[in-house]
Design a protein around this ligand. Structure first.
Ligand SMILES: Nc1ncnc2c1ncn2[C@@H]1O[C@H](COP(=O)(O)OP(=O)(O)OP(=O)(O)O)[C@@H](O)[C@H]1O
Length: 258
């Protein structure tokens, strides 16, 4: 089983084998650093994702996974280093500019609007949509049929799993090329986790989506990822194939996470 230490910024090495072979990476992160005020959290962090890849990020609590996604979406400023998306340097772009360029984000805790109905939540997602609102929502509901029955129900009245589906559906209304997902299974009943996996796989196939997934649920991350990056102390230290997570001894030996 190959488990690669990651110790260079060579994006060709880090880009993996899935997606558009030979093409430039869709998402490229080079020597990224960021943090909160004067507190550095991420440093010398490099990886690349090709179009169509599903890349997982695994790490202990507090290692910087959420900080990484918030930096990539522009919600936290980059201290140093470079982020490229679809060939453009987006290092200092605003969150809105990144969202318009095709970077979707489903934050930890989902952050749907609980007092708004499901339809209204989707309408908010349509603010950045290229097509008309009605057509966009109709297209999204084909991908998320479970939401059809709840269109007039308050988002806060849905179960955690249904809220996660709504958050994903709302994000997809804008037509992103890549979706950054932060712990989609957190606080969700196991019974709906398989449905979320199946929905994500289906949506990724039908919308040609690239996925960057932060997740602590090992089955979930292994089911969805082509490869998994290990984040330790604010940097990517290793890349592992998804099946490593099914072997606790190997996982512990290589990444100290089991
Ligand atoms: N707003 C903040 N101000 C200062 N420090 C913060 C802030 N948010 C997070 N941190 C710190 O940054 C570090 C990384 O946090 P982050 O939330 O990115 O980790 P994580 O890997 O996503 O953890 P978890 O798995 O628990 O969600 C932690 O030490 C955390 O305490």
């Amino acid at each position: 089983m190959s488990v690669n230490p990651v110790n260079s910024v060579d994006s060709a090495t880090l880009a993996g084998t899935h997606g558009e072979a030979g093409a430039a990476p869709l998402f490229e992160v080079e020597r990224l650093a960021s943090g909160y005020g004067r507190i550095p959290i991420l440093g010398e962090l490099s990886f690349a994702v090709r179009g169509g890849e599903h890349v997982g990020i695994l790490g202990h609590n507090g290692m910087g996974k959420t900080t990484l996604l918030r930096t990539l979406t522009g919600h936290l400023p980059t201290t140093s280093g470079r982020v490229r998306f679809a060939g453009q340097d987006i290092t200092h772009w605003s969150p809105t500019a990144r969202a318009k360029a095709g970077i979707g984000y489903v934050p930890q805790g989902r952050e749907i609007f609980p007092a708004l109905t499901v339809r209204e939540n989707l309408r908010v997602g349509c603010l950045l949509a290229r097509g008309g609102e009605e057509d966009t929502i109709a297209g999204i509901l084909e991908l998320f049929p479970r939401l059809k029955a709840y269109l007039d129900r308050a988002g806060g009245a849905l179960s955690g799993g249904e809220q996660q589906l709504l958050a994903l559906a709302r994000c997809l209304c804008a037509g992103p090329r890549i979706v950054l997902l932060d712990e989609p299974t957190e606080g969700i009943q196991p019974s709906i986790i398989d449905e979320i996996i199946d929905t994500l796989k289906d949506v990724a196939r039908r919308r040609d989506l690239t996925i960057l997934l932060v997740e602590q649920n090992l089955n979930f991350i292994a089911s969805l990822s082509n490869r998994i990056l290990i984040l330790q102390k604010g940097t990517v230290t290793r890349e592992i194939p998804p099946d490593v997570v099914h072997d606790p001894a190997l996982l512990d030996e290589f990444v100290g996470i089991a």
